[in-house]
Design a protein around this ligand. Sequence first.
Ligand code: ANZ
Ligand code: ZN
Length: 837
Amino acid sequence: MTSHYDHAQVQEFWQYIWERDDVYELSEAAVDPTYVLGMFPYTSGTLHMGHVRNYAITDAYARYRRMNGDDVLHPMGWDAFGLPAENAAHERASDPESWTQACIRRMREELETMGFGYDWSREITTCEPEYYRWNQWLFKRLYEEGLVEYEAASVNWCPDCETVLADAQVEVRSRETDAETAENGDHGSSDSQTRVCWRCETPVGRRELDQWFFTITDYAEELYDGLEDLEGWPDGVRQIQRNWIGRQEGYRISFDVAVPDGDSEADIESVDVFSTRPETVYGATYLALSPGHELARAVAETDERVEAYIEDAREREPGSVGYDGVRTELTATHPLTGEELPVYVAGYVLKDVGTGAVMGVPAHNERDHEFAQEHDVPVERVIVPDGDEGAGTDERDSQAELYTGSGDLTNSGEYDGLESAVAGERIPSEHDAFEADVTYRLRDWLISRQRYWGTPIPVVHCEDCGHVLVPDDELPVELPEFVRTTGNPLEAQESFVETTCPDCGGPARRETDTMDTFVDSSWYFLRFLSPDLDDAPFDAELADEWMPIDVYVGGDEHAILHLLYIRFFTRALADLGLLEIREPVERLISQGTVLYEGEKMSASKGNTVAPQEYGAETTRLFVLAAAHPEQDFEWTANDVRGVYDLQQSLYGMATAFIDETNTRIERAAHDEYVDREIDRTIAAVTEEYERFRFHRAVTEIQGLAGLLRRYRVYETPQETVYRRGLLTLAALIAPMAPHLAEELWNKLRGDGLVVEADWPEPERDVSDAHLERRLVETTLEDVRDIVDVAEIEAPERIELVVAEDWKYRAAELVAERDTTAHEADVANSVLADEELE
Ligand code: ANZ
Ligand code: ZN
């Protein structure tokens, strides 16, 4: 039988047909819109297995929905700005634009080779002016909405990339990954670890620069609360986002602070601290301000020691500051005891957390305890573990131990003896100095990058007018040609930098920062709806129709930033009146990792398998068959072989079927059984597609293929049943192995495309068939048992079914391995058992 499946030829042929017939192009008027999207790739130069997995998932689902009659939007584009292109350009004496375009050509070709069904008429590329002009336009709208700030800020600085990094682009080494860091709710403030650049792993330093920010913190509460309703998102991702946003309930406590004012009376200012442990208030022995705190800065103007400390702290990363600090001339009054407390400026107090000031409670807060040891501040115990007698001591002891647990209050005036949990509610309710408050750890989004290959920020700086936005009709501010220099190539080009002020016409300097590329990806999904629109970033009516994205698939490295930014943008756009929805993604699939010998398959580890190595279709089918999309799985040549064999076997059956069937009208019991199994498989596979359990769909398909094969080998199959079985298999596998499916469809029917076919439906009610099936499966753990216990009793209702299936399996076992004569006899006797029919 010469039915070898020449996959390369088959793939090429059907890809040609699909393209010729524009089968993936979406018609304008969509009735049942379904938006299926994979996170678009960064243009790194070549597809890796993670991409293939990602896009195999979206493609399978998109095809499945299309066969169910939906209008499916399944587009593809390129996340094309970013440092690597610039670095590559430096290394190769080329420029970022040509390097990027070359990458795109190669990657597009690779995607096409894989046979993914994209509507290429909607392709977008973020580095093209037609795209990034809308980044600039959106920047302006956000600015007008009050969501953009320009601030001097101490920023993370990578000396190697010569650029500023967002906090989240700084990785903490050696043990924590980005995701783990967020899981701990830790924003990189731990002391002992080094903080390195996410791209080049160079240790990160600090610099003070004027920077552009999106004030994502305005949405902290909403972004946090909204997670509750995202039922289509994996719990893990939601939790990571929760930790990243870092909601904390507590109290603002206000302290009066005396600020010496030359020789006259001291000024009294009120300083708020934020605390999650109000019951420890009697243990506050000092106040500490962050170096960026307004009052600290004011003090620095007249106090050189404070000024020097702030200057010094600014140069360093927050995590490396340790517990140093400087005592100021200020004194604070304890709001409950009236006691005078020293006021420090201390680097361990973070500017953007809470109020940027803390009450120091060294006995019960670890960081405060460290600080107190170093600065010889008294430690006052105000909570003792339940039943502990140590309560009596009221002398202050700077060596007192740290206790962070709950217990009974002591040294706390009228509240002595109260349980800490009770006191935590009573004290704030009885004193005006306390006000319930919620804070978030989330920081504003620093979008400035001192780099060439990104969207120019549409601002000019005028000596008279300050910073002025470039008028809409002058957008896009286009990138000038690339020049090779150290630092920011934009700064080096006078023709770019020197301009006139749109307001006063005087000389002005163009902003040379470009935008974080995460801005590009924060709204690209909207651009796909109307990629050529030239008077708005997207068509609002289409957005109403298509958004939210029904299914969004991508790697978990985007669990924090990208997914937070698209949620932020969607809300901001809604508040601008440009969108109706507030959440961009209904169902999120965070795909697992492809492993090879236990490690993540990646170019840097040198353990990659090129997607084309086994043939495109085998690869895509395997990544779907191997595991649930959200699970990691191991790439093994053996398992790949399994899906390869499945394709061969289906192809073989389709090729050979005609001369081996009969057309008798009357159906034997086994015909009925097979027919019923076809229906059952349809129902089961449908269910698996609905739940993105492609691996189980493959198992079902394999099961039916096996049954049909046995049916053919051990019976003379009835043509209508057998053909229906094969056509059903072609349709069921089409979303995952579309080339093979077309080939089968064509062989069996001779016309039409399976990609345009209807999804199969069961012909009979099979709602209880799975029960029978399961019974068969659980009873028949091993075919040999079946053979041995051929006289097994089965509930009468399913006896026939069981018998049929056993028969085939038993015979198959005999055929497939070297059997003993005895086994063969038993098997044959089962086969020959006419009574069972
Ligand atoms: C007094 C206190 C007593 C606190 C105590 C804790 C325990 P965690 O503890 O991580 O959940 N805090 C507030 N603002 C801060 C800032 N800007 N920089 C550094 N630390 C700050 O975070 C809550 C606690 O972090 C707050 O509660 C405050 O210390 C500290 F036995 O107040 B606590
Ligand atoms: Zn001006």
